[in-house]
Design a binder for this molecule. Structure first.
Ligand code: PGA
Length: 256
């Protein structure tokens, strides 16, 4: 299989934090001012209301959203389109996060959003991941089905514009009775995801898709996940709300 692109990526998913624009500006500025990378793209996905301001002040960071709707404009109260996010300076968007799936978002909806993200010049960071690991290994099928649903009808030549974030729900920091995932867990799923992508396109195309790991990534285990987890980058939630921890995650990723 040909070699993947050399660069790596670290994404911070701020979720619905922090509480004020002022705190958001401070956090982004603290990250931006100490950011030094050679091979790593750093993306912050704040709540939408902070996107415009942060994309203006934190030029060293790429900014993304946490969701979009699948139409450009119209009678969709409460929704925001990919075009709108892009016009505010957003360049990435997290789609299909397990917290949105838990609120009822379906694979069909995520698929429409991915298509719209691509046509709005946004890079979709598509989250997949099982809720639990049964010893029957059914979780591989869960992830395969999620990927197939998400990518249905998308031209193969667009796959490299999509990133897949493997986030086992049982390892996310806010999951009740959560467990630690290991780099081995990440590695075997990353291989499986690449094989699934390869079956849907070609090995060459699949090798160009960036795969991320997310689920309680912190400044201590980030290096292990990037080194042994079979992934091109990381998606950090809680740790991205602490500039020092997030910068350390970026530093160890970039050093590898
Ligand atoms: P966490 O969140 O790092 O706090 O587990 C990751 C995510 O849910 O994207």
């Amino acid at each position: 299989m040909p070699k993947k692109a050399a660069h790596k990526i670290v994404v911070g998913n701020w979720k619905m934090n922090p509480l004020t624009l002022r705190e958001a500006v401070k956090l982004a500025a603290d990250v931006a001012k100490n950011l030094k990378t050679k091979h790593t793209k750093v993306v912050i996905c704040p709540p939408l209301v902070y996107v415009e301001k942060l994309s203006r002040i934190a030029k060293k960071l790429a900014i993304g959203g946490q969701d979009i709707f699948w139409e450009d404009k119209g009678p969709y109260t409460g929704e925001v389109s990919g075009e709108m996010l892009h016009s505010l300076g957003g360049r990435f968007v997290i789609l299909g996060h397990s917290e949105r799936r838990a609120l009822g978002e379906t694979g069909i909806e995520i698929n429409k959003k991915i298509k719209k993200a691509l046509s709005s010049s946004l890079t979709p960071i598509v989250c997949v991941g099982e809720k639990e690991r049964e010893h029957t290994h059914e979780y591989f099928n869960v992830v395969k089905n999620q990927i197939e649903e998400c990518l249905a009808g998308i031209q193969k030549n667009l796959f490299p514009k999509i990133m897949i974030a493997y986030e086992p729900v049982w390892a996310i920091s806010t999951t009740k009775d959560r467990k630690d995932a290991t780099p081995k867990d990440s590695e075997e799923m990353a291989i499986f995801i690449r094989k699934t992508l390869s079956d849907l396109s070609t090995p060459q195309t699949a090798s160009k898709v960036m795969i991320l790991y997310g689920g309680s990534v912190n400044e201590k285990d980030a290096g292990d996940f990037v080194r042994h987890g079979g992934v091109d980058g990381l998606l950090a939630g809680r740790a991205s709300l602490d500039a020092k921890k997030f910068l350390e995650i970026v530093r160890v990723t970039d050093a590898l």
